[in-house]
Ligand binder design. Structure first.
Ligand code: PAF
Length: 277
């Protein structure tokens, strides 16, 4: 029985599956929105698209330790489960699945999914273990929920390509749907990590979107990187134009979709963004 404005939270795969079995018995389709919590309007847009795509929407909240390197921000990653659940209740989601680490990686866990192809350059080069952690957890989330469709934000555009590759390669019976990036009025892509920015950094941050948009219009990526440093960015990991599906080199005029992707640091905060060309 659904109560508007309330959403149940389950912790175990057993409880999750007990819900799923009932929905399936009633002939209902299921959408999965995987998240790491600290939800913002971008996540709520994913839930909105999920509600349009299926009868029931499961949102997972799990800060996945295996996609963080030891020197990354796992321990300070923002967590606010009560706030997240309140937002999800208001969004119309049907079930929150918030497993503990021990449920996802029980004692003796020893299976990892290594995706190559689209996973190798850019994020894959700067964060070598990242996509293995993402692919492994997303595969487990999909296998537990057995959704008809799983939705991911285009903000993590390379992640979306890696997940599509994994789903294709493993013939997982799920449709992967990308959802456009939600931006602040000044162009900054919404991200849970924006919370780390101080006022000065927040002022400079929208320059990243401006820079990649200029590259999409033909500006040299090296010039765009220099402009970002001049504006106050501390370091640029990459600004590159890639084939939007294979992540190999982009060949202008070859009739294939291209994407400008960037990762850049403001102090201790790493921002990523991308736009199509
Ligand atoms: O994009 C994210 O929030 C995470 O990488 C995901 C897909 C939930 C896997 O942990």
């Amino acid at each position: 029985m659904e109560r508007p404005g309330r959403v149940e939270t389950v912790r175990t795969i057993r409880h999750l599956r007990a819900e799923i079995v009932q929905w399936r018995a009633a002939g209902q389709s299921i959408a999965l929105v995987p998240t790491m919590g600290a939800l913002h309007s971008g996540h709520i847009a994913l839930v909105g698209a999920a509600l349009a795509a299926a009868d029931k929407v499961v949102v997972s909240i799990f800060v996945n330790p295996t996609q963080f390197a030891p020197n990354e921000d796992l321990s300070r990653y923002p967590r606010d489960e009560a706030g997240d659940v309140a937002k999800l209740a208001a969004s119309g989601a049907h079930l929150v699945w918030a497993p503990p680490v021990s449920e996802m990686y029980p004692e003796g866990f020893a299976t990892h999914i290594v995706v190559e192809g689209a996973a190798l350059p850019l994020e894959g080069a700067f964060r070598p273990h990242h996509f293995c952690g993402v692919a492994t957890v997303v595969c487990k989330l999909i296998s537990a929920v057995t959704p008809n469709v799983a939705l991911f934000g285009e903000k993590d555009f390379q992640q979306l390509a890696v997940i599509r590759q994994m789903v294709r390669d493993l013939a997982l019976p799920v449709l992967i749907q990308g959802v456009p990036t939600v931006r602040e009025a000044d162009g900054l892509a919404l991200s849970s990590r924006n919370q780390y920015l101080n006022a000065d950094q927040r002022f400079v941050a929208p320059m990243l979107f401006k820079a990649i948009s200029e590259v999409a219009r033909g500006r040299d990526p090296r010039e765009a990187a220099e402009a970002l440093i001049a504006a106050g960015f501390t370091r640029i990991d990459y600004i590159e134009v890639r084939d939007a599906e294979t992540f190999g080199p982009y060949v202008p005029g070859a009739g294939r979709p291209g994407r400008v992707l960037a990762a850049a640091w403001l102090g201790a905060t790493r921002l990523i963004d991308n736009v199509g060309i």
